[in-house]
Write a protein that binds this ligand. Structure first.
Ligand code: E4P
Length: 216
């Protein structure tokens, strides 16, 4: 399973990248706004900086909602760097645009996916990635991990090449459950990634070893 970090914060991207386990970055308009990135030039420069920091797939989200505008915006985003993945919302015009991008050699991430039916459409359009938002599904009283398993199973049965990118991860257990459910990628904030490191018995065991080492 690939690990992407879900942030536009450069310090956090660097910290995750320095671990040596990072395969890419996802951003969205909310994450860019949180970092105070405003205006097309600043946004594009920020994507370029991220691409230069991380050797992997970097999702850049379109802000348009009509086919022609999504295509024009996506072409400009894709021109920023060869590793840019154009992130397109799961709407009718978005599916049409994903098919256009697929036919024209531009990689895509279909975002805001909350059902297996939406994931089938994204795969049919040739999306490189499909992003089911499991945390938001859990927040609504449904089971996000179950959706990952369902989509992974459908893609396997049908032979779809689209990769299942588990998004909206809230905690380390989500990452483990998504790995078990067959996700190809999980994208998560830095905290759940670092949370995977933690176990109290590791801390206790290391303290004892270091203490005993003084007696060696
Ligand atoms: C990733 O592509 C999504 O934008 C992100 O995971 C959404 O996460 P959230 O539900 O925590 O905002």
């Amino acid at each position: 399973m690939k690990f992407f970090i879900d942030t536009a914060n450069l310090a956090q991207i660097k910290e995750a990248n320095d671990l040596g386990i990072l395969d890419g970055v996802t951003t969205n308009p909310s994450l860019m706004a949180k970092e105070g990135i405003k205006g097309t030039e600043a946004i594009n420069n920020h994507y370029k900086t991220i691409c230069e920091m991380v050797d992997g797939d970097i999702s850049a989200e379109v802000l348009s909602t009509t086919f022609n505008e999504i295509v024009e915006e996506g072409k400009k985003l894709a021109a920023i760097h060869p590793n840019i993945i154009v992130k397109v919302p799961m709407i009718k015009e978005g599916i049409k645009a994903i098919k256009w991008f697929t036919d024209n050699g531009i990689k895509t991430n279909c975002t805001l996916v909350f059902s297996a039916g939406q994931a089938i459409l994204a795969a049919k359009a040739g999306a490189t990635y499909v992003s089911p938002f499991i945390g938001r599904i859990d927040d609504s009283g449904w089971d996000g991990v179950q959706l990952i398993a369902q989509i992974a199973n459908i893609y396997s049965i049908q032979g779809f090449k689209t990769e299942v990118l588990a998004a909206s991860i809230r905690n380390p257990n989500h990452i483990i459950q998504c790995a078990e459910a067959g996700a190809d990628v999980c994208t998560c904030p830095l905290e759940p990634i670092l949370g995977l490191l933690k176990h109290p018995l590791t801390d206790i065991g290391l303290a004892k070893f270091l203490d005993d080492a003084k007696k060696m």
